[in-house]
Design a protein around this ligand. Structure first.
Ligand SMILES: [Zn+2]
Ligand SMILES: [Zn+2]
Length: 167
């Protein structure tokens, strides 16, 4: 995803709008065994401050991730605010690397930056639903669909003791 800055470079204190749809790479979701189910919709307002370009906007997308408890695939919305600087290489001087995308020439490629922002926004332990009951550690049955046989047999040993005492 590239922004063409040629026109904006001539106009200081002016902002231009950019909006586009593009698929991000599924590889960035490999830690989650995930994939994108919708292209990223990006809207940006980029202002030429004279020293650099200030970009503000939004990114929306949809990803399919594996539930960390039951391993079922679920769709998660991605909805993030973007706020970063675009700086021409060689002019960076006082700019730190954080939230800065460098470029040369008339266009800047923001793909890697957007992918990083999407990755940072994802839940560390995705859940298909808040109270997902996960899989039985013994037989692997999905406990969301009901109890498995192991649970019936696997009575808490403390209760067993209590039963014996009552007898
Ligand atoms: Zn789940
Ligand atoms: Zn079981």
């Amino acid at each position: 995803m590239k922004l063409y800055l040629k026109n904006l470079k001539q106009k200081i204190a002016v902002a231009e709008e950019y909006s586009f749809n593009a698929w991000l790479r599924d590889e960035i979701l490999s830690d989650f065994k995930g994939k994108f189910s919708a292209p990223a919709e990006v809207y940006l307002e980029v202002e030429n401050t004279g020293e650099m370009f200030l970009a503000k906007g939004k990114l929306k997308a949809k990803v399919i991730l594996e539930c960390s408890r039951c391993l079922k695939e679920s769709e998660f919305p991605v909805d993030i605010d973007l706020y970063f600087n675009i700086v021409e290489k060689g002019l960076q001087g006082e700019f730190t690397e954080e939230n800065v995308v460098f470029f040369t020439g008339d266009e800047v490629d923001i793909t890697t930056y957007l992918e990083e922002e999407v990755m940072l926004s994802l839940p560390l332990q995705p859940l298909c639903k808040e109270d997902c009951r996960g899989l039985c550690p013994f037989c692997g049955a999905d406990l969301n669909t009901g109890a498995c046989r192991c649970q019936e047999q696997n009575i808490d040993p403390r209760w067993e003791k209590l039963k014996q005492l009552i007898r």
